[in-house]
Design a protein around this ligand. Sequence first.
Ligand SMILES: *[C@@H]1O[C@H](CO)[C@@H](O)[C@H](O)[C@H]1NC(C)=O
Length: 173
Amino acid sequence: MKIFLTAIAILLACCACIPDFLASLTAHLALKTFGGTPSTWMDTLRLVYIAKLPACPCTLSQADKDQRFITSNSLIGYFHEGASNCFRAPSLLSHSLSGQQCCYGDDGRLRIGIEQNGGTADAYSPDGITNILKHIWYDVLPWVAFCDMGNATTCSTYYNYRPSDDCLEYYLL
Ligand SMILES: *[C@@H]1O[C@H](CO)[C@@H](O)[C@H](O)[C@H]1NC(C)=O
């Protein structure tokens, strides 16, 4: 019951309709319920298949023009602090359940890695209700444990398993 309620709370938190601080609060509550240390979440982070994902556009204007990417700015102030725009390439493109995420700063440049709170590969792209729940479990809650409630070392472990794409392989269509 507790788990069910928490799942619902997190699902709500992932709607754009609530402020960042409430999402953070809900996430912390969830971690208190499920056990909040990085070691608890290590296998969830590690033992999932992530498909080869499309490379991120290097700039915001490229991303805007690229039909493969859709704007996805829900709660980026919490998950990708400093980014002003994020995009997703849905799972359809990777012919799997995984999806790419790319975030850009005010200067329109791609933000990558832990220092820039860059976008990350998702084991489960949040497309559709089943995948949203899996996304929360396999991508979001580990991020909360490793990054939000962890430290620089644990967060870099998260980015090792859910890396930012650096756009080096990006080509304009
Ligand atoms: C970071 O957190 C991990 C796991 O909780 C801990 O083992 C490690 O000592 C911490 N590292 C630093 C630099 O605080």
